[in-house]
Design a protein around this ligand. Structure first.
Ligand code: BES
Ligand code: ZN
Length: 608
């Protein structure tokens, strides 16, 4: 049994209130819904497709004749019931981004079997040639489900409000290893007569389908603690294990804050650099970018973040993508509480202060505090930039400071318990907060401004800003450099990622060529192997059309595929019009084949 806490009996509840309707899914779960997904797939690296069957257990309302699933560019061969009798099905009109509904006549079937293949262009999957791996010898496959990509390789109801348990059997080439976001039942795989290997997995808890994830490649494992470990390519495993030494303690720390970790093991998979995100909270197996491996453990808040999602996101899940701040805002807050308890209040304050900087920048870039896209809930196009993270966590910090830590922490622990393994809406959270924390205290209700925070644009006037005295020292260096001090006279020896970020982002955007050259000479920024520092430096260089940094830029965008580090560079180039756009186009043409489909999707739009 994987679970430290047994899964609840029966299918997870769904929400039927109007605001819980998922506009990005075709499913009609009140009529018929998927409760379990059983995959039997071959990963075919030659055709870059997943092929096989998905058997779905169905719970249908009395009289329901059909079930509607989400798909995106799947090729369906046939669909049968459990006994192999063919069922009628049809695929509806394709909608850009969302995909197409697959409607199946149930004919009373409680289990249906879909025979299908994914497209080589499936938006969840990136098939890496050997050159794009650390080992350079074997290919690699990685998936990214959130938000709505999994329908490109799994035909199911792809909505975060429709939880499903799952099992899988995955056949891979004999020299590769498969891992998934569930219990790994066959760590060594089973030999098949044709030289391939079969791996089996199980997730006994009902999870939102965006949390089903897979990676296949030359993957090694190293234990870190009794229930923690790290997977990575052999060439990366030592560095990864060194960076992740505190992982077991991190799990214990998280539990000491908000209750038991309910998923059994907590492992981290460090992927090749084309992984499109910093991290992804796949249950039991966080997926992580190798760019966080800076050798000094300065960026392990990334792991604290993905671990925290084991409560906020994976246990209590945003019911729709309009409620995404319930995942990301809660998690950004929780992440910082882990960092504070595991390391120090000073370190947590540094990171929280950078969140505040990000909040201010996003509010500005969104077009100011009145912009509708700055609402946590409400904009169908999504909340601007990282405001789900920055504004969402600031909201929770403000509640904490208003009611006091003891009371807030007790509430939050009980909240995760009350809603474990269930979807949650913004309205549902506010109702729970009122029932269990505010409890009719009119003065408190007025102080908190809950509805303003959740539904209005901008920043309410009770917002709490955590300040870092250590970053104030960096600000003094910004002032010194801006006043003309030579770069080598700055006190920048041993600066961490966060200190460099504050410095480089804090510098006036307009810099003379000689000043940039001075900085680069003194600190080797163009050659920095710290991807966060390199990205922040290149952003400044681009804003000033600083051509000596172009080789560094080219090397960077062709070797790193993490969207948040490279998108600002392409955006910066675009903003430089006639100078920048040709450079952006040339670099993108070269780099595009190395990027994950989700990054290609957004950069195609930007540079079109
Ligand atoms: N769940 C997100 C990644 C994500 C968000 C994927 C939205 C698809 C759509 C993950 O937990 C995350 O927030 N990653 C951050 C990490 C950072 C905040 C520490 C990232 O990728 O940069
Ligand atoms: Zn997150």
């Amino acid at each position: 049994m994987i679970a430290a806490v047994a899964p609840p009996a029966g299918p997870a509840p769904i929400l039927t209130t109007p605001e819980a309707k998922d506009l990005l899914s075709f499913a009609e779960p009140q009529i018929a819904r998927v409760t379990h997904v059983d995959l039997d797939l071959v990963a075919d690296f030659a055709t870059r497709t997943m092929q096989g069957t998905a058997a779905l257990d169905i719970l249908a309302a009395p009289g329901a004749k059909q079930i509607i699933l989400d798909t995106n560019h799947l090729t369906i061969a046939k669909i049968t019931d459990a006994a192999g009798r063919p069922l009628n099905w049809s695929i509806g009109a394709y909608k850009d981004y969302i995909g197409a509904p697959l409607t199946i006549d149930l004919g009373g079937a409680k289990r249906i079997v879909i025979h299908y293949a994914s497209s080589p262009e499936a938006s969840a999957l990136q098939w890496l040639p050997p050159e794009l791996t650390a080992g350079k010898k074997l290919p690699f496959l990685l998936s990214q489900g959130e938000s709505i990509n999994n329908r490109s390789w799994i035909p199911t109801q792809d909505s975060p409000g429709i939880r499903q348990s799952w099992t899988a059997r995955i056949v891979v080439p004999g020299n590769l290893t498969a891992v998934m976001s569930g219990e790994r039942l066959t760590p060594k795989g089973e030999d098949l007569p044709d030289g391939t290997h079969a791996y089996r997995f199980a997730m006994p808890h009902a999870v939102p389908p965006y949390l089903i994830a897979i990676a296949i490649g030359d993957i090694a494992f190293r234990p870190l603690g009794p229930r923690t470990g790290v997977y990575a390519e052999p060439a990366t495993i030592d560095r990864a294990a060194a960076e992740l030494v505190d992982t077991e303690k991190m799990v214990t720390t998280a539990e000491s804050l908000y209750g038991p970790y309910r998923w059994g093991r907590y492992d981290v998979l460090v992927l090749p650099p084309s992984f499109p995100y910093g991290g992804m909270e796949n249950p039991t197996l966080t997926f992580a970018t190798p760019t966080f491996l800076t050798g000094d453990r300065a960026n392990v808040s990334l792991i604290a973040h993905e671990l925290a999602h084991s409560w906020s996101g994976n246990l209590v899940t945003n019911a729709t993508w309009s409620d995404a701040w319930l995942n990301e805002g809660f998690t950004t807050y929780f992440e910082n509480r882990i960092m504070e308890r595991l390391y120090s209040p000073a370190r947590a304050a540094t990171e929280a202060d950078l969140v505040w900087d990000g909040l201010q920048k996003d509010l500005k870039d969104a077009g100011g505090p009145a912009a509708p896209s700055t609402r946590l809930h409400g904009d169908p196009e999504g909340t601007f930039g990282q405001l789900d993270y920055f504004k969402g966590s600031t909201f929770l910090r403000t509640i904490e400071k208003t009611v006091g830590r003891a009371r807030w922490d007790a509430y939050l622990t009980s909240y995760f318990d009350r809603h474990a393994f269930q979807p949650q809406t913004t309205a549902g959270f506010l109702a729970d907060l009122r029932a269990n924390l505010v409890k009719g205290d009119a003065a408190l209700e007025a102080k908190l401004q809950l509805d303003r925070w959740a539904y209005q644009p901008g920043l309410p006037d009770n917002a709490v800003h955590i300040r870092s005295p250590e970053l104030e020292r960096i600000d003094a260096q910004v002032t010194a450099f801006a006043a003309g001090a030579a770069a080598r006279t700055l006190e920048a020896k041993g600066w961490t990622t966060q200190e460099w970020q504050r410095f480089l982002r804090g510098l006036p955007r307009s810099q003379q060529t000689e000043r940039l050259a001075d900085l680069d000479r003194a600190y080797g920024l163009s050659a920095s192997t710290n991807a966060y520092v390199r990205s922040a430096w290149l952003e400044l260089a681009i804003a000033n059309r600083y051509e000596p940094a172009l080789p560094s830029l080219e090397q960077f965008v062709t070797s790193v595929g993490r969207g948040i580090l490279i998108s600002p560079l392409y955006k910066g180039l675009k903003a430089q019009g006639d100078w920048g756009m040709p450079i952006a186009k040339r670099l993108y043409a070269k780099a595009r084949p190395t990027y994950h489909p989700v990054v290609v999707g957004s950069l195609d739009k930007l540079l079109d």
